[in-house]
Design a binder for this molecule. Structure first.
Ligand SMILES: NC(=O)c1ccc[n+]([C@@H]2O[C@H](COP(=O)([O-])OP(=O)(O)OC[C@H]3O[C@@H](n4cnc5c(N)ncnc54)[C@H](O)[C@@H]3O)[C@@H](O)[C@H]2O)c1
Length: 304
């Protein structure tokens, strides 16, 4: 058997706050492959997430194939829009959901990882977070502030994570992030500058692969996932329609399972993928390859 064996490796998955997103599925796949998994959670969602765990509400989702429950080695607070604590404005630092959390910046996360585990604590970093406050607005109506906020939270955060966590990686380390096809084709309804942020994230993946490859010996890839009704995606407002449309029109006419993405991330993080970097990997049931909607074909066929 050709195994995905991540035993002895430590992963950090940033962007896990419930059991319903890609981050959770990725954490689960990494744990199933034997990695120790730490997660980083946005402070406004952290209490709810800790409650879900403590009250056993996500035990079913945490169960691995061998019957054991996935555990998180650490759960760190992280607001990926801040590189250092000093960057966070006073009203955020004193907000009750942030104040009790210590240093929730990307730099703070790096410092805490070293304090907890030593100089080179990581092998795998996954960026599974995005935020676009004006995601429901078409680009023609997006404010400068909304656009830059989307790019800051969803794209620059990855650059900052590679800058600050790259030095913490052991040999053979890797970074992955999550993108969506709206970066390269028009997806009406995916607004707020989020399409621009994803385009930046994909372009940066190539540049970071080169720079982090030379500087840290690390690989950097991005997974372009098909639509999936996570909490973040539900904020778009039309995720149900997007999922249904893809199911009808993808090469494989079936819904995407979050574990399809999780398993791909585990493969990309493993030595089996040591020749892969700077790449966008599509995990979307082949939707990206289609040039004509099957729906449209049916309409045309129905017309004659
Ligand atoms: N769901 C989809 O249809 C889809 C498709 C393609 C790509 N993606 C991407 O997958 C990734 C994960 O999203 P998901 O859909 O699984 O939803 P999700 O809700 O599980 O994950 C998004 C996470 O980002 C966190 N977050 C938001 N702002 C943050 C900040 N400033 N700092 C730190 N964390 C922050 C949220 O708390 C949440 O945990 C995102 O990059 C998303 O764009 C999603």
């Amino acid at each position: 058997m050709l195994p995905i064996d991540l035993s002895g490796r430590r992963a950090l998955v940033a962007g896990v706050a419930d059991d319903n997103g890609f981050g959770f599925a990725i954490a689960k796949a990494l744990a199933a492959a034997g990695a120790s998994v730490c997660v980083a959670t946005w402070p406004p969602a952290l209490n709810i997430f800790l409650n879900l765990i403590e009250r056993g509400k996500i035990d079913d989702s945490r169960r691995l194939a061998d019957g054991s429950l996935m555990t998180f080695e650490r759960i760190y607070p992280l607001d990926a829009t801040f590189d250092t604590l000093a960057d966070a404005p006073e009203e955020i630092r004193t907000n009750k959901r942030y104040a009790e959390r210590g240093d929730f910046s990307i730099e703070g996360l790096a410092t805490q990882l070293v304090a907890d585990f030593g100089e080179k604590p990581l092998d795998i970093v996954v960026h599974s977070l995005a935020n676009g406050p004006e995601v429901k607005k078409p680009l023609l109506e997006v404010s400068r502030h909304g656009y830059l906020a989307a790019v800051s939270a969803s794209a620059y955060s990855m650059v900052s994570m590679v800058q600050r966590l790259g030095p913490l990686l052991r040999p053979g380390g890797s970074f992955s992030s999550l993108t969506y096809m709206a970066s390269e084709r028009v997806i009406p309804g995916y607004g707020g500058g989020m399409s621009s942020a994803k385009a930046a994230l994909e372009s940066d993946t190539r540049t970071l692969a080169f720079e982090a490859g030379r500087k840290f010996g690390a690989r950097v890839n991005v997974i372009s996932a098909g639509p999936y009704a996570s909490r973040a995606a539900s904020a778009i407002g039309i995720i149900g329609k997007m999922v249904e449309y893809c199911e009808r029109n993808a090469a494989l006419p079936e819904q995407l399972d979050a574990m399809d993405v999780g398993n791909t991330a585990a493969f990309l993080a493993s030595d089996l993928a040591r020749g892969i970097t700077g790449t966008t990997v599509y995990v979307d049931k082949g939707y990206h390859a289609m040039g004509m909607a099957v729906d449209a074909l049916t309409t045309v066929a129905g017309a004659d």
